[in-house]
Design a protein around this ligand. Structure first.
Ligand SMILES: Cc1cc2nc3c(=O)[nH]c(=O)nc-3n(C[C@H](O)[C@H](O)[C@H](O)COP(=O)(O)OP(=O)(O)OC[C@H]3O[C@@H](n4cnc5c(N)ncnc54)[C@H](O)[C@@H]3O)c2cc1C
Length: 504
């Protein structure tokens, strides 16, 4: 029904969210959409952070047909096997959340239940020794997984660290070459249709207006369309995720070099990220201003860098939460305009990816069927809430003694998370509310890392005799260690196959 198809989609904003949306939607051109226009203001700029990703970014890039080596070279990227959490449970201890599991089940009994049984019998081998990504990361090794998923060398995944500004520029080239039209101007007003309150057009600072049938709000924290014009309610989650500020600063390489993992180090009133790219290291200190001053937070960041800072630290203010309705009338919010959960597990770009994917699946025609919006909002709520609870778990389970941490330990948590933790404490079962971002091994990594131990293992694990269990676990540990050692050094792999195209 060509006459019903959307004539023009207008994307407001050209950060990662705007250009990812534009690139993802090019495949709709001439089939479901006649024209895509993106309006951004080079005067305003972008939030300029967002450098660590989940493995799902690879599927997004693949869906665009991007060449991975070319993408790595042009975004100064390095590989990410997971996150090291330092000092999170108590100062001096570290644990790893890797993008792999702990090995296959035996007769239906999961690897973590086998490990719990062995632990109950006095075995002190760390569960991380069964994770290929944790083991490889600690050895600074990397190679892409083999296609054979039955092999330990085929049983893991990886994401990237990259320069988010270069990524947006890369996708801009992709989208423009496929017909997306870019307008560089400041949006000064959003006009609504009198009859139904839908967005009619954007008014630009040079007096032009841009009308459309569907508007995608990618204007970042400003939320120009979804918030300021349509007044979609923002659900504030700072009672559970109280951090509300970050200082970000790049620095030169030094010390630990090009590690194939992100590091998150807990601090007195928050935590610090370290994200190594090929030419520099991205750093930031996320904190809650109720528990430290901005000066102290900046000093903490600067005192804990690998090398010389390459700019002045930049302060970013935020409130954790999300729009209750990400799709309202003829406007869909994607990116920071839709919500922000703080960057602890690098989930913002992932939420953008799934936001775009679901929008494409549920893409409307000009008569925007409200059920499509309902379904979109239902799915996005589930994803946001599940990731929210996963992040809260990191804070709530910490045994640190400073004020922020005591607050997080004693705060009331969402019912779903309370159920998940209690279920795990009872017998090591993992309840999943959304299978999207974080599957069972991810939850287990945080439970064990934060020393939440089940009161007992699953009695089904007792079907495996002690001797068989010991043999199996020892065999696995050796296999994982051998496989990790067979991989290249991370920096050597990059030097050989995908060196950055930026000047040194
Ligand atoms: C401290 C911090 C750390 C983060 N770390 C990570 C991470 O490690 N991994 C991850 O996945 N995500 C991370 N994120 C999130 C990530 O940065 C964002 O999700 C991502 O960059 C998308 O941002 P955006 O495009 O929605 O907004 P922005 O980058 O802010 O872009 C907004 C766009 O809207 C335009 N705009 C705004 N107002 C107007 C106007 N009036 N007229 C015209 N144009 C306008 C701007 O010019 C810009 O182009 C982090 C975020 C923060 C705050």
């Amino acid at each position: 029904m060509a006459e019903q198809r959307i004539r023009r989609v207008v994307i407001a904003g050209g950060g990662s969210a705007g250009w990812m949306t534009a690139a993802g939607m090019t495949r709709l051109l001439r089939r479901k959409v006649d024209e895509i226009v993106l309006v951004e203001s080079s005067e305003i700029g972008t939030v300029g952070v967002g450098e660590a990703t989940l493995p799902t970014i690879r599927f997004f890039n693949a869906s665009l047909g991007l060449d991975e080596i070319d993408f790595i070279r042009r975004t100064d990227a390095s590989f990410k096997l997971g996150i090291e959490f330092r000092d999170w449970s108590v100062p001096g201890r570290s644990f790893f959340h890797g993008f792999s599991d702990f090995g296959p089940p035996v007769r239906g009994i999961s690897a973590h239940q086998m490990w719990l049984k062995s632990r109950a019998a006095g075995d002190e081998t760390s569960y991380e020794k069964f994770s290929i990504t944790s083991t490889a990361a600690r050895l600074n090794r990397f190679a892409p997984p083999l296609p054979n998923r039955d092999s330990v060398l085929g049983s893991y995944s990886y994401g990237f660290h990259f320069d988010a500004t270069l990524y947006a520029a890369y996708l801009r080239g992709y989208a423009e070459s496929r017909g997306v039209r870019r307008v560089d101007a400041r949006i000064v007003d959003v006009r609504l249709r009198a009859e139904d309150g839908h967005i009619q057009e954007l008014v630009l600072d040079d007096g032009r207006t841009i009308g459309g049938d569907l508007f995608i709000d990618c204007s970042g924290f400003a939320g120009l369309l979804i918030g300021r014009a349509l007044h979609a309610e923002f659900e504030d989650w700072s009672q559970w995720l109280p951090c509300n500020r970050a200082f970000a600063v790049p620095c030169a390489h030094g010390g630990d070099g090009l590690t194939p993992y992100t590091r998150s180090t807990a601090r007195k009133a928050g935590w610090q990220w370290r994200i190594p790219l090929q030419h520099r290291v991205g750093n930031g200190h996320v904190f809650c201003d109720a528990f430290t001053s901005e000066d102290e937070a900046r000093d903490t960041l600067l005192a804990n860098l690998d090398g010389k800072p390459l700019a002045d630290p930049r302060l970013i203010r935020f409130t954790t939460g999300r729009r209750r309705e990400a799709w309202l009338k003829n406007c869909v919010a994607v990116g920071l305009s839709c919500g922000f959960l703080e960057p602890l597990e690098s989930t913002s770009l992932h939420l953008i990816e799934i936001g775009i994917g679901r929008l494409i699946e549920l893409f409307p025609d000009r008569v925007i069927e409200p059920r499509l919006a309902d379904e979109y909002n239902r799915l996005m709520s589930r994803s946001f809430e599940s990731i929210r609870d996963f992040i809260i778990l990191h804070y709530h389970a910490s045994q640190r003694e400073e004020e922020l941490w005591r607050h997080c330990r004693s705060m009331a948590i969402p019912d779903a998370l309370r159920h998940q933790i209690e279920l795990f404490r009872a017998g090591g079962q993992v309840a999943l509310y959304d299978s999207g971002a974080f599957a069972e091994p991810s939850w287990v990594s945080i439970y064990f890392g934060q020393r939440i131990w089940p009161r007992r293992h699953d009695p089904m694990a007792d079907l495996i005799a002690d001797a068989e269990l010991n043999r199996e676990l020892e065999h696995r540990r050796r296999m994982v260690e051998g496989a990790a050692r067979s991989l290249s050094e991370h920096h050597q792999f990059i030097d050989r196959y995908c060196q950055s195209s930026l000047p040194a």
